[in-house]
Design a protein around this ligand. Structure first.
Ligand code: GDP
Length: 456
């Protein structure tokens, strides 16, 4: 029998209400001990009841609450579950929890409620992982993908792929156990066909992983350019609020400033860097080192040029840095009249998208935002978001599966005995199984659920 666990499930701090959750076979017993309903009677399944939390040892009232008992398995954990809605302050919650713990529950570990939902088979491991992505989502697209995964979209893809491999494994086993030359030939050709198909399914999922990572963690965008071209103004315009310092003195953006925002539902982590330029000033040198670093770490670089003055040596130096694959150039201060046009910059930076902007007028910003979001999808048609890999653990396992499949294909092609081919097919099958939590060890579960918050 699993023990009964309890925790405060709402965020710390002051709130309208705070919820204590109790799960396990003993939860009803604990509820009976600590909760006194206003109208006497047995707790009814799934009925919210008004009453008080009272310490039975001294009769002291701890809080005025609403309490509900939910009979398993149709609950979050798939066990008997009690929720107590306390007043949302730290003291009533702490005191209620202490009493609940004293009356037989144990403090839940991080993510333990969700872990039980997984262990009890209500959700699979990838769905459990989606719970944490959903809670952490800071942008709409992150949320959309998390909720799809919670509903089982990724699990469905993985199960479909595994089904094909399982069929192949059954064929292999039959042939290994009852060898027959004619059937064996058929087995090789059928197997090769399945392996090609499954490897392409796996590759398709892996192809979604770079977009998936960005949707989950955010697109890292570095804004670079010499001082005074309008980098901070750009950052502010994108943030629509003035958190980065806008100044007319060159070289004062000494450090990098980082802000997270959401552009069309995609989380974007913006860094405004000190201008990359040769300097003897020590502090500024550090800033420049950081610029180069954030430049290298960025998924996308926005190079800002001031179109109202001729290009300087500094501009040209910075322009040497940029790579077409991950750069968008903007020619700013269009309102002052452009000495250098976007077309002129396009000729200097072949293969790089160039946009004319004015931070004062707000022109070119919509185009820039579209260009930024376009980078997330790498210009491809929108990927099938319902089958997207956003989690590094899943990505690693898909890579393992892909490798085993390639090995199996090579062995089958070389006409190696089916027993040998089977080993790799089985490895691929198991790697995919680990994504949804089949036959995973405690170490992996601990790792996954340690990312959770208390009370979830
Ligand atoms: P940074 O050093 O690259 O971060 O440049 P800032 O954003 O601090 O801008 C430097 C100066 O240029 C400030 O006075 C801004 O108000 C001004 N500025 C920025 N963008 C524009 C623009 O599009 N048009 C005009 N006229 N001024 C701008």
């Amino acid at each position: 029998m699993e023990d009964t666990i309890a925790a405060i499930s709402t965020a710390f701090g002051e709130g309208g209400i705070g919820i204590i959750r109790i799960s396990g076979e003993g939860s009803l017993k604990v509820m009976r001990e600590v909760f006194v309903p206003a109208v006497k009677g047995e707790p009814e399944n799934r009925k919210m009841t008004y009453g008080h939390i009272v310490d039975p040892d001294n009769g002291q009232t701890i809080d005025e609450v609403l309490c509900v008992f939910m009979k398993g398995p149709g609950t979050y954990t798939a066990e008997d579950l009690v929720e107590i809605d306390c007043h949302g302050g730290m003291v009533p919650l702490r005191k209620t929890l202490e009493l609940v713990l004293r009356k037989g529950a144990r403090l839940a570990e991080k993510g333990e409620f969700t872990k039980r939902a997984f262990l009890n088979g209500r959700i699979d491991l990838s769905q459990a992982e989606a719970v944490i992505d959903l809670i952490r989502a800071r942008a709409d697209k992150t949320y959309d993908v998390a909720i799809d995964q919670l509903e089982g979209s990724l699990s469905k893809c993985i199960r479909a792929i595994r089904k094909k491999l399982m069929d192949a494994l059954v064929d292999l086993t039959v042939n290994i156990d009852y060898p027959d030359e004619d059937i064996e030939e058929l087995t090789y050709s059928k197997l090769s066909k399945t392996l090609v198909e499954v490897r392409s399914d796996v590759k398709e999922l892996l192809d979604s992983a770079s977009t998936g990572r960005i949707i989950n963690e955010g697109l890292k965008v570095a804004i670079i350019g010499k001082p005074n071209v309008g980098k901070s103004s750009l950052m502010n315009a994108l943030l629509r609020e003035s958190r980065a310092i806008v100044t007319e003195i060159p070289g004062t953006t000494r450090d990098t400033i980082e802000e997270t925002l959401s552009i069309k539902g995609i989380p974007v982590i913006l860094t405004d860097t000190a201008g990359i330029r040769d300097t003897d000033d020590r502090i500024e040198t550090i800033g420049i080192e950081r610029s180069k670093k954030s430049f290298n770490e960025a998924d996308l670089v926005i190079l800002v040029l001031d179109g109202s003055c001729p290009l300087s040596r500094e501009d040209r130096q910075i322009m040497e840095y940029v790579e077409p694959g991950k750069t968008i150039a903007i020619v700013n201060k269009e309102d002052l009249g452009h000495v250098i046009t976007a077309d002129a910059v396009r000729e200097l930076l072949p293969g790089i998208q160039v946009i004319a902007t004015s931070m004062d007028l707000g022109s070119g910003l919509a185009e820039l935002e579209n260009a930024i979001v376009g980078r997330v999808y790498k210009g491809n048609v929108r990927q099938n978001e319902s089958c997207m890999v956003t989690n590094v653990r899943h990505k690693g396992l898909l890579e393992d599966a892909g490798k085993s499949l390639s090995d199996a294909m090579a062995l089958a092609k070389a006409g190696e005995p089916l027993e040998i081919v089977e080993i790799d097919v089985n490895c691929a099958y198991e790697a995919l199984g680990e994504i949804i939590g089949e036959a995973v060890g405690d170490d992996i579960l601990d790792e996954v659920f340690s990312r959770f918050c208390l009370g979830k």
